[in-house]
Design a protein around this ligand. Structure first.
Ligand code: ADP
Ligand code: MG
Length: 699
């Protein structure tokens, strides 16, 4: 049985033994399956090997293959170094030098070894050499393993290297494993899927990924294994989704009295097409009898709040309470303000709960929620921490949901029976990522901005043009507008040599005599913060100097100018969020990115992207490319799985196929009960489902 074979411990494989199996286990390789899915990090293609005679200093990294003709440990005053000389054609030689890991490197190569060496050739004295190149020992020409044109190179870990485990060791054990027991491998995907999509057979792919006979065979093997990984991941989401649709939800029909009055008399504008579409999605969820789990994605300023407000009215009309949670106090307070404008005319009882709510207010609030007097609570995670009890919670709305941990989200949704859940995010997520992260929930997207918005002009500016910037700010203020000046840090840090918000406030105040300049930052008491924000919102102050506390959700349409100091120090999505504070009214807005002249290539790219587009989806796609998936969402806690072979940025076409195939299969055979899927089901359960969402990469 193939599954038994895949579960076999690597310990008993030829060429492993107890010592090595320990090192493998430490690197997460326990079973035959783990070993076979320990995919090469790179391949050495013999046709792209450079002759030593052709190596030039300063070129891109190259690979050379040669025989070790000299080795030397050279003692130095403080450190030793290890040098070898490689030769490929008679008299054609190149040196490789190691300053670190001398003991280990010098032990791993001897005179006469054939090595493949990969690195950037650099000038060293009069000659060209490699310093700290990657290296890999090859067998003698003509022996079994390394005679293929394309040779697999495996990711190493410190532990593996210490126990002498090299790429060559991997090739050896995997080679004999496949040679002796390869016939026990089975196809792991449904035959129908393999045929329909013309995928490479699973047995061939598992061999070819390690020992490809040609580049095209390798490409097909990669494609097939990526598909498989994404397919099983989507299958997991698909089955969660099936469970999800079994959770009953209370029925809340639209068109109640409050909602009608709101749409008729209170709402000061027409909803945009996308707002209406999103609302239609929500309405149909709320009457479906199944718990809603919907993510509302919309760029900053796209008008998510009013969609949430109308959803809340539908719930209140149906006799339920609503919890509206925001990640920061400033944002919770602002939601409270906008909701009060929308709801007070309707006579709806609502309350605000944050960390700074007084004990007396809290008590009243708890009672009001328990008795059902209070229909809507807006707040921070204090709503969870306070163990608030509701009379009848029917809808939980979570703003900027990516800032909350998955657990916090779960806690809020556990209050009440099965409240409907509306998640909102202003961090537009590229489609491929949304399908992965939120594959099991529904997504509505607001792409269209409210009418009359003027595009924001964004400009990268150097220190020497500061006076020009101040002159533009003066114009804005003279015309009755308001400005933000944003700093990355709160207090002066000599080390980073940053002008912080506090001294920036002094500087700006001196620069604009007679103008009301205020300061807000994270270390202020929240009552102070609120007072400052209130004065800025009402127009009493004209310039707000701040740290990134204004990042999310702050809405002052009259603010049309933003200067971001040290813009090169901010991440792209943060810059985008910050910029979203302006361009919210009908007047044209300007965003100035003050940047150091000297900056890294990456920060230059970020700022260029900011100048080029204001489309949050484009920005986030770009950001993901720049930073890679892992850093994009910042945390492992986000529940984002890492894949062994698939890459969410580049493999989105495969992801689409895999998703379609997985969801189709779940539709046709929901419990995977049909006999033709039995084998696949056990494989899926053993190697994917049981591991949960963590398909972590090894090493
Ligand atoms: P976000 O999606 O960032 O939360 P908001 O809900 O704060 O955006 O809305 C941004 C601004 O646009 C608010 O001032 C809001 O009143 C206004 N707005 C929302 N929808 C519309 C619309 N359909 N027409 C005109 N203005 C709108
Ligand atoms: Mg918002």
């Amino acid at each position: 049985m193939s599954l038994d074979f895949l579960q076999d411990s690597v310990q008993f494989l030829k060429g492993v033994g107890p010592h090595r199996s320990h090192a493998l286990a430490q690197s997460g390789i326990l079973s035959v399956h783990d070993l076979l899915s320990y995919y090469p990090r790179r391949y050495l293609d013999r046709t792209s090997v450079t002759r030593i005679a052709d190596v030039r200093a300063g070129s891109d990294p190259v690979t050379v293959i040669g025989t070790v003709v000299q080795t030397n440990v050279i003692p130095g005053r403080r450190t030793r170094r290890f040098e070898i000389t490689l030769e490929d054609e008679p008299g054609r030689r190149i040196k490789c030098v190691w300053f670190q890991g001398v003991a280990w490197v010098s032990k791993s190569m001897e005179l006469g070894h054939r090595l493949a060496v990969h690195g950037k050739p650099t000038k060293f004295g009069a000659s060209v050499s490699f310093s700290h190149p990657e290296f890999d020992r090859l067998d003698e020409e003509g022996t079994t393993l390394d005679t293929g044109r394309i040779i697999a190179l495996y990711p190493g870990t410190a532990l593996l290297e210490q126990s002498g485990f090299t790429s060559r060791s991997f090739r050896k054990i995997i080679y004999s494993l496949i040679k002796e027991r390869g016939t026990e491998l089975k196809e792991t995907l449904p035959q129908s899927v393999v045929q329909r999509l013309g995928l490479m057979d699973g047995r061939i792919a598992r061999r070819a990924i390690h020992f490809p006979k040609s580049q095209s065979e390798l490409d097909q093997a990669k494609n097939r294994l990526k598909f498989e990984e994404l397919f099983f991941f989507q299958l997991m989401l698909a089955s969660k989704r099936v469970d999800q649709t079994k959770i009953p939800g209370v029925v809340m029909p639209s068109g109640g009295a409050l909602e009608r009055r709101f749409l008729g008399d209170v709402l000061p504008f027409q909803l945009t097409g996308d707002q209406r579409k999103s609302l239609a999605d929500i309405r149909s969820d709320l009457v479906s009898g199944v718990q809603m789990n919907r993510l509302l994605q919309g760029d900053v300023g796209s008008g998510k709040t009013v969609v949430a407000a109308i959803s809340a009215l539908i719930a209140i009309d149906s006799g339920f309470q609503v919890a509206f949670m925001a990640p920061t106090e400033i944002l919770a307070e602002q939601h409270a303000r906008s909701l009060s404008a929308l709801f007070d005319p309707l006579g709806i009882q609502w309350a605000l709960l944050t960390g700074s709510t007084s004990a007396a207010d809290r008590k009243r609030l708890h009672e009001g929620l328990q008795s059902g007097m209070i229909k809507l609570i807006v707040g921070t995670h204090a709503i969870i921490q306070d163990k608030v009890e509701f009379q009848r919670l029917g809808l939980s709305i979570i703003d900027e949901q990516h800032r909350f941990g998955v657990l916090q989200r779960a806690e809020l949704t556990e209050k009440g029976e099965q409240p409907h859940v509306l998640l909102m995010t202003a961090t537009p997520i590229p489609r491929s990522l949304a399908l992965t992260l939120y594959g099991d929930i529904d997504v509505s997207i607001i792409r269209e901005l409210p009418p009359g918005r003027q595009p924001i002009k964004t400009k990268m500016v150097r220190e020497k043009e500061r006076d020009w910037v101040y002159a533009r700010m003066q114009e804005v203020i003279d015309n009755g507008g308001q400005c933000y000046v944003v700093y990355p840090l709160v207090e002066e840090s000599e080390k980073l040599d940053l002008k912080d918000a506090v001294s920036g406030h002094e500087l700006i105040s001196a620069q604009f005599p007679g103008v009301q300049v205020e300061l807000v930052h994270g270390r202020m008491k929240s009552s102070e913060k609120e007072a400052v924000m209130a004065r800025f919102i009402s127009g009493q102050s004209s310039i707000l100097v701040s740290t990134t506390v204004i990042e999310v959700g702050v809405d002052v349409p009259n603010a049309t100018f933003m200067m971001i100091e040290h813009a090169e120090r901010f991440g792209l999505s943060q810059l985008h969020q910050l910029r979203g504070r302006i361009g919210r009214g009908s007047k044209a807005s300007t965003c100035i990115l003050m940047a150091e002249f000297r900056q890294t290539e990456e920060s230059r790219k970020r700022l260029r992207a900011m100048e080029l587009t204001t489309d949050g989806f484009k920005i986030s796609e770009f950001d993901m490319e720049l930073r890679g998936i892992g850093d994009f969402f910042g945390t492992r806690q986000s529940g984002l799985p890492t894949f062994r072979i698939a890459n969410l940025i580049t493999d989105f076409t495969i992801l689409d196929q895999a998703r379609a195939a997985a969801f189709k299969l779940t539709e046709v055979d929901p419990g995977l009960t049909s006999p033709e899927h039995a084998e696949m089901k056990s494989y899926f359960q053993l190697f994917f489902e049981r591991k949960g969402l963590r398909l972590s990469r090894i090493g």
